[in-house]
Structure formats: C-alpha cells, structure tokens
Design a protein. Structure first.
Length: 364
C-alpha cells in the first residue's frame, strides 16, 4: 500500500504523474524511444518545454503580461545568487526579509554583490513568525522574500506594497493558493516541493526588470540568455521538466490553483484543529502565520514520542519528523497529498490521546 507521504521535499506527486512518467521512460509518445534517450531538440521534447512554460503562465494568470517562464537547473539555491547577479545594480543595495533558513541562505549569497538591507528578521524567536510593519528602502534594486518557510512552518499571508521590484522564493507553496502573481517581478521555485521531481527550478520573470544591473553576467547565470534560448540554452533537465508538465496538467484538470487551494485549506484546517484541540500537542509557529503547506507541531511531553512514533508508522505514515532546527513534527501537505492522508494522521493523534489517558488512569 502506498504510504501517506508527508515528506517536506522531494515530495509526494500525483499517482497519475508517476504512472505517466514511468510510461514515458519506457516509450515516450509511442515513439518506441524512452524520453531519457531522445534529443532535447527533438520535436517531441520541444513541445514538452513549450507547453510547460505556457502552462505555468496560464495557471499563474500571467499570460500576456510580459513574463517569461524558465526551467533551469541548480536548484532554488542557485537562484540565491542568480537573482542578485541579474538584478542588483553595481554599487547598489537590495532589501531582504529574513524569515528562515532559506531566506538566510539567500541573504548570504547576495552579500557578495552589494549592500544587503535586512528589513526585518524573526531569527531571535527561532523564526516562529513572519515579521510585519517594516519598510523597504526606495533605492533598493529589489526586495526579496520567502512566501513559505518550509522548515519553520510559517507562511506570508500578505506581501508588502513597494515600488521596487519584488522577488519571491515560492519553492514550497507555488501553485498552492491564489495570489495576485502579477505583483511579483521575479518568482522562483525548486520543483521538488510542489511541482515535480528534483532537478529543475522554475523561474518566472518580468522581462522589463532585466538588463538594468550594468553587470557582465556569465551566460549560464543570465536570465536573458535563457529567455532568448527558450529555456534550452544548454541541455535542460529533460525528465524533471516532463514530470513537472504532467503535474501542471493534473492541476489544470482539477480546476487550477483556485480548486487546489480549497483542498489545501481543508487539509490544513483538519490538522491544525486537532493540534489545537488535543491536549498532548501544540503548534510550533504563530497562529496567524501558520503555513498551509508545512504544519510544524510538538508533543507537550516528549515521553510520548516513542509511542506516537510507533503509532503513525504503523498507520502507514512517512516523513513526519520535524527538521532538526525545530524538532517535533512537520506535516508537509503539498498539493498532491490527499485529504484522507490527513485524516489518518488526525486519527492517530486522537488515538494517542486515548492511550495516554488510559495509562494515566492505570497509574493513578
Ligand atoms: C527547499 C528550499 C530551497 C532550496 O531548494 P534547492 O532546490 O534544494 O536548492 C529554497 N527555498 C525554499 C523555500 C525551500 O523550501
């Protein structure tokens, strides 16, 4: 039986994506060739890349608005430096919101390119909330934020209004909720959190913000070169792009982002309601900033961990332990995780409460 997969990344994908991907490895489009052994310049693969890029813009509501979608390699982590390389003016500065480990890594890379203004940080509180009420310097080349903090389980529910270009790392919540994506000038996301397998990174960029830094950018790091080459400047990550396309098609058939958002909210409501109700558990992050994608929670009494761990494993759940910097548990409820899987977890939590209260009666 398939596990209830709460992995934070690489993550669960729709079963039909696994099946169609497997088929394409054996025989792609009835070509009697595997997708793994054909030219990326072949008609069949160019069609995959074109459709994937177009479908990204369609699902995000960005068609005809001056944006380009790219499928690059190097992970979201490479974007930490591609962003400043392409956008930070020489002798310029950039503004960053520090909401967690990934935001911090982005800041670290950007420091090589110019002055970094950290507009606010929740580091002192171990990133348990999203800072608010900060201001962004008007002379910054751009403002960078992380929409969902995968490790700490917090999520930005609103985004600041500013005249400087807004860059957002949406690795762990892209395509999960309706946002006005046209408010962003550059969005990037490692595929492996909510869109596909590891190996490709989606970049959605408004073309008009490029070519303003005055920098000489190495070709592989230059968004303009990738746009000009239609995301095939060199051999692209063929298979991750194909599997991502299948996931995007699945999402479109389901009714797009608005439809999945309802399901995602239902899953998060179900789990957070139990975390708040069950006296054995507590949430790890500020209630108003709780992530719909990654729910972080703790046992009030660590002594219950061995029995709880045994119970959820026996229930067929996988990938629940929290990141070492938070501890406890993290339930990652990406798009493809079914509501039934959350019900299984909630039932285990209720069962634990029963077992513990029985034990308490016996020891009295
Ligand atoms: C996982 C993650 C990253 C890093 O992604 P890689 O593709 O492994 O480089 C960056 N940002 C966020 C928000 C993430 O969740």
């Amino acid at each position: 039986m398939k596990k209830h997969n709460y992995s934070a990344g690489p993550c669960i994908l729709p079963q039909e994506v696994f099946e169609k991907s497997a088929q394409a490895i054996l025989n792609f489009n009835n070509s009697d060739l595997s997708i793994l052994e054909i030219s990326h310049r072949s008609k069949d693969f160019v069609a995959v890349m074109d459709e994937a890029r177009a479908l990204v813009l369609e699902l995000l509501g960005l068609e005809g608005k001056g944006y380009q979608a790219l499928f690059l390699a190097g992970g979201a982590s490479l974007e930490f430096l591609m962003v400043p390389y392409n956008l930070m003016k020489i002798d310029g500065k950039a503004a960053y919101l520090d909401t967690g480990t990934w935001a911090n890594n982005a800041i670290k890379e950007a420091k090589s390119f110019g002055e970094i203004v950290v507009v606010a940080s929740s580091k002192e509180q171990n990133y348990n909330h999203i800072p608010k009420g900060y201001s962004i310097p008007a002379d910054a080349s751009y403002f960078h934020c992380t929409s969902n903090n995968t490790i700490f389980g917090t999520q930005m529910k609103s985004f600041p209004k500013t005249n400087v270009p807004v860059v957002c790392d949406m690795s762990s919540d892209i395509f999960s909720r309706v946002i006005d994506f046209s408010k962003f000038d550059l969005i990037y996301a490692g595929a492996q959190k909510n869109m596909g397998p590891a190996g490709t990174t989606l970049v959605v960029v408004k073309e008009e913000i490029l070519a303003k830094s005055g920098r000489n950018i190495p070709s592989m790091l230059d968004y303009e070169k990738h746009i000009k080459a239609e995301s095939m400047y060199n051999t692209p990550p063929v298979f991750p792009v194909y599997a991502s396309l299948l996931t995007l098609q699945w999402l479109k058939n389901l009714g797009g982002i608005a439809a999945i958002e309802k399901i995602n909210n239902a899953k998060a409501d179900l789990l957070y309601t139990e975390i708040d109700r069950n006296p054995l558990f507590k949430g790890a992050s500020a209630v108003e900033d709780r992530s719909v994608m990654n729910a972080t929670f703790l046992l009030n009494d660590e002594n219950h961990a061995p029995i709880f761990d045994k119970m959820w494993k026996e229930a067929g759940i996988s990938g629940l332990p929290g990141h070492r910097s938070v501890g406890g548990y993290r339930a990652s409820m990406y798009n493809a995780l079914p509501l039934e899987s959350v019900q299984v977890l909630v039932d285990v939590m209720k069962k634990l409460e029963e077992v513990v209260s029985k034990e308490n009666v016996e020891t009295v």
